[in-house]
Write a protein of this length. Structure first.
Length: 153
């Protein structure tokens, strides 16, 4: 019964995303010269998504579950905006995979993320890793290619 409920929820989420995503505004990319990586640019590991805020800040999602922010393109070193590593299951093709800023970010400073939850639906995190680590294991058993390490989204 729980599997059927989970699949129904996933189908509902997919339907909502299919209806909502096409209505979101597409922000223009900065000019090529503005997007040039500054000399000495550092502090990122496995960046998965980059978003530019209207106030000039640059948000970068790392696969491990860290979200870092640069105050502007001229600043070489980021600060940690959010640490979601305890909840994010970072193994193989799983992890923090998407990042979006609210379409009206100046008035609604919300940051949305898409990640694999390190636990079963309704269960506590972390199931496979440890709090605050960058990478999570999938021990054998169950093994990553046999029964798999169950996680959720």
């Amino acid at each position: 019964m729980r599997v059927v409920q989970s699949r129904c929820r996933m189908a509902l989420v997919a339907l909502i995303l299919a209806l909502v995503l096409p209505t979101l505004p597409i922000l223009p990319l900065p000019a090529a010269s503005a997007a040039t990586v500054p000399t000495g640019f550092s502090g990122l590991t496995d960046p998965m998504a980059v978003r530019f805020a209207p106030d000039g800040r640059v948000f970068v999602a790392e696969k491990s579950g860290l979200i870092k922010v640069f105050p502007d393109l001229a600043t070489n070193t980021p600060t940690v905006f959010a640490d979601l590593r305890t909840n994010v299951y970072n193994f193989w093709d799983r992890g923090l995979l998407g990042l979006a800023l609210d379409p009206n970010f100046a008035a609604n400073p919300y940051v949305y993320v898409l990640y694999t939850y390190d636990g079963v639906i309704g269960g506590p995190a972390p199931k496979w890793g440890a709090p605050g680590v960058d990478s999570d294991p999938c021990p054998s058993p169950p093994g990553p290619t046999t029964d798999g390490c169950v996680a959720s989204g």
